[in-house]
Design a protein around this ligand. Structure first.
Ligand code: GLA
Length: 717
């Protein structure tokens, strides 16, 4: 009874407060506004999301909109952001506005926190918004607290809910599989629900990635249209729900996938949801990508503003079949090309069960004695002697049943004890919910670094999803597994980063089966795909380029698709973080000479390609050609990559207009990355053009010949 009176008083206070003074909360960047307002019922509504409004006065004219974080069990008939069950089977939630704060984190960053509370049930929700003004990026999440004495069960716990009211919506989503990552498709959203989600546990973005593009009103292009890019920073199961209601309003709910993830909150406990990150642009997709790239390099990607190591990897050059001699030979090849680092891949470990194929040894992280008698130490020294750095592959979250680790610690493995084990690539996932397993996983990196402090790079792989889901550690709390696994992984990565902040680390998952912006706060780069056919790579790298800076996208030259020349393969890889995974002694002298030149150009132009702004000039999805331009921030320097894929012979070729240059400046246009003795066929090669001309008239970048590539450097005179 007493509780009820308090609640009534609270509701009355909330109402009188909102009647007398409606609260307006504005989350703004330089060009965007998210505007929240309280209604007469004391609840919080999203009144606006879009281009920044110039006059504060106009905010009063906005419709109130829909409730900002819709709850379960009340008067809304569609998917809620939150569902919680309380003692005695009670479940509805009503969230009233309580208070908010806004503070500057820096000149460019402002944080807003809004507290909402249920007056009747013992639950509160804090909505957090971090706005990055220059980059037009907003990072948001929710924190849900059990304010009562009895435990409550969280069934749904979204990071964010956003509302739109437009005449039409178009959703661009990503789908894929091994070797065909980041395939883009766009469909209109009409009445009902569209769900993008995964429940793979570890390789959560194996079939679809945790990112989407939403065009508002009409389908956006590179240069036109109002568009929102959204992505969830969570290295586990995610779900985006797009629901169009009966009035044509769209709700977008983003967060951890609630599938088998009911989470108990004890008295006073708080559940922090992962960040949902969005950028909004009214100038199409190109601007949105450039904003996200700049934001990522400055605030999110580990060592986002630092250089990267070009490298030679031995995976496709040797697979499991190598010894010290072969590796040292490859190291010499890497040094000969002028690369920074040699990366030793899978197959270097295991003694009782040597890792000579993918069915044994995973978990036993000691160098195989008869294969590598000098151990990892010897290899780091061999690399040093050749003037290059050394990196190494690990897959620390996984175990082969045929391993000493499995024999010793069957209780560390996720599997249903009363069922037959199911293996994905002959392996199982370790139970990272267990602190002892977290210690063990950390000790793999720490042990190698202690033995060989010269190791400069790790490739951290993750090949199996979670199957036969059951954690021996969690016992009766099995629905915590998917969430606690990821939290356990973050605890390990926090420790790795606290002790080894400078280590470069590549995020890999049988290609890019695990990629998101939280993982990338620990990793410097990601492996975009095991598919290194340069034509497929044009599409995969294009797909990821919408969300991730190219300096984080590892791209290697391999023997896939030998119909494409070494030059074509290298030019494709040079648009990302360049590497090689090929026996360079199988190349001709001319090809090797060309590669040396390309490596040196990649390093020389790092501030343009890796740290400049990217413009997608021609999409490979358009058909026969593709072109991408990178432009240094000061506009003094640019590089254009152009590719003829399979042009048709009757095709009429058009000049391609460049972008982002200074119209007043003059640029010398020069084709680089030419094969020894090759003459440039670029019209105007060596001439000077104004930025104005290059952007209004353009350059003839393409030819009618199959699999040709061109790299063009523009330097302000
Ligand atoms: C995964 C990776 C590959 C390679 C192999 C090694 O599939 O994507 O690049 O490292 O593992 O087993």
């Amino acid at each position: 009874m007493k509780n009820r009176i308090y609640s009534l008083l609270f509701i009355l206070c909330a109402i009188s407060f909102s009647v007398s003074a409606q609260t307006v909360i504005r989350v703004s960047t330089n060009n965007t506004d998210l505007i929240l307002r309280t209604g007469n019922d004391g609840r919080l509504y999203q009144s606006y999301l879009g281009e920044r409004l110039l006059s504060e006065h106009d905010i009063a004219h906005l419709p109130l909109g829909r409730e900002v974080y819709l709850t379960h069990g009340m008067e809304d008939y569609f998917e809620p952001a939150i569902e919680a069950h309380f003692e005695g089977g009670k479940s509805s939630v009503v969230l009233a506005y309580v208070s908010h704060t806004q503070s500057a984190v820096s000149d460019n960053v402002e944080e807003t926190t809004v507290l909402l509370r249920d007056a009747l049930r013992t639950i509160s929700v804090e909505l957090h918004y971090v706005a990055y003004k220059d980059e037009d990026v907003v990072r948001m999440h929710a924190e849900i607290t059990n304010e009562g004495k009895k435990p409550l069960q969280l069934v749904r716990y979204a990071s964010s809910m956003l509302h739109f009211k437009e005449k039409a919506y178009f959703l661009t989503e990503y789908s894929g599989d091994w070797g065909e990552e980041a395939t883009m498709s766009t469909t209109p959203l009409t009445f009902g629900k569209k769900v993008l989600d995964t429940k793979l546990g570890t390789r959560a973005s194996f079939f679809t990635t945790s990112q989407f593009i939403l065009s508002l009103g009409e389908e956006a292009t590179e240069h036109t249209g109002r568009v929102l890019f959204g992505t969830l920073a969570w290295t586990g199961n995610f779900r985006f729900t797009f629901e169009v209601d009966q009035e044509g309003g769209l709700r977008v709910i983003s967060g951890i996938n609630p599938y088998f993830s009911e989470y108990e909150l004890k008295k006073g406990e708080r559940f922090v949801t992962p960040d949902f990150i969005y950028t909004f642009s009214s100038e199409g997709m190109g601007t949105a990508s450039r904003h996200l790239h700049r934001w990522a390099r400055k605030y999110q990607l580990h060592q986002g503003d630092e250089g990267r190591y070009t490298l030679l990897n031995n995976w496709e050059a040797t697979y499991f079949n190598f010894d010290e001699e072969k590796l040292e030979h490859l190291m010499s090849n890497a040094a000969d090309l002028g690369l920074d680092l040699f990366l030793l891949d899978d197959g270097w470990f295991g003694n009782k069960y040597p890792r000579s194929s993918d069915n044994a040894g995973l978990g036993d992280w000691q160098a195989t004695k008869d294969k590598l008698p000098g151990g990892v130490k010897h290899l780091t020294e061999a690399a040093k002697e050749r003037g290059i750095r050394f990196g190494i592959w690990i897959e620390p979250e996984m175990v082969n049943p045929k391993s000493e680790l499995y024999e010793k610690h069957p209780d560390w493995v996720i599997h249903q004890p009363d069922r037959e084990e199911y293996y994905f690539r002959n392996q199982l996932v370790l139970d990272l919910c267990n602190p002892a397993v977290q210690d063990y996983v950390f000790s793999i990196v720490d042990g190698l670094m202690t033995e060989c402090p010269e190791i400069a790079f790790f490739k951290w792989d993750c090949n199996s999803p979670i199957t036969n889901i059951w954690s021996p550690y969690l016992k009766e709390k099995q629905t915590h597994l998917y969430v606690d696994y990821v939290r356990g992984l973050y605890k390990v990565l926090e420790r790795v980063r606290a002790k080894y902040p400078d280590l470069r680390m590549m995020l890999c998952s049988g290609g890019s089966g695990r990629i998101d912006y939280k993982a990338l706060s620990y990793f410097t780069e990601f492996w975009a795909s095991d598919n290194t056919d340069p034509v497929a790579r044009l599409f995969i790298q294009y797909g990821y380029s919408f969300f991730y800076p190219l300096k984080a996208t590892c791209a290697h030259v391999t023997s896939w698709n030998r119909t494409a020349s070494v030059k074509f393969r290298t030019d494709v890889a040079m648009m990302g973080k360049l590497g090689f995974d090929i026996r360079t002694d199988e190349m001709t002298d001319a090809e090797r000479e060309y590669c040396r030149e390309a490596v040196s150009n990649s390093k020389r132009l790092a501030s343009v390609i890796w740290d400049g702004d990217m413009y997608r000039l021609v999409s490979p999805y358009e058909g026969n050609h593709a072109a991408t331009q990178f432009c240094a921030e000061d506009k003094k320097h640019a590089v254009v990559f152009a590719f003829d894929i399979h042009p048709s012979h009757s095709e009429r070729l058009h000049a391609v207009k460049l972008e982002g240059l200074d119209p007043q400046a003059n640029y010398k246009v020069e084709e680089i990355n030419l094969m020894p003795g090759q003459r440039s066929r670029l019209r105007g090669n060596g001439d000077t053009f104004s930025g104005d001309f290059l952007m209004k008239v353009g350059l003839n970048l393409f030819s009618e010949r199959d699999l040709q590539s061109r790299v063009i450097e523009l330097t302000e005179q």
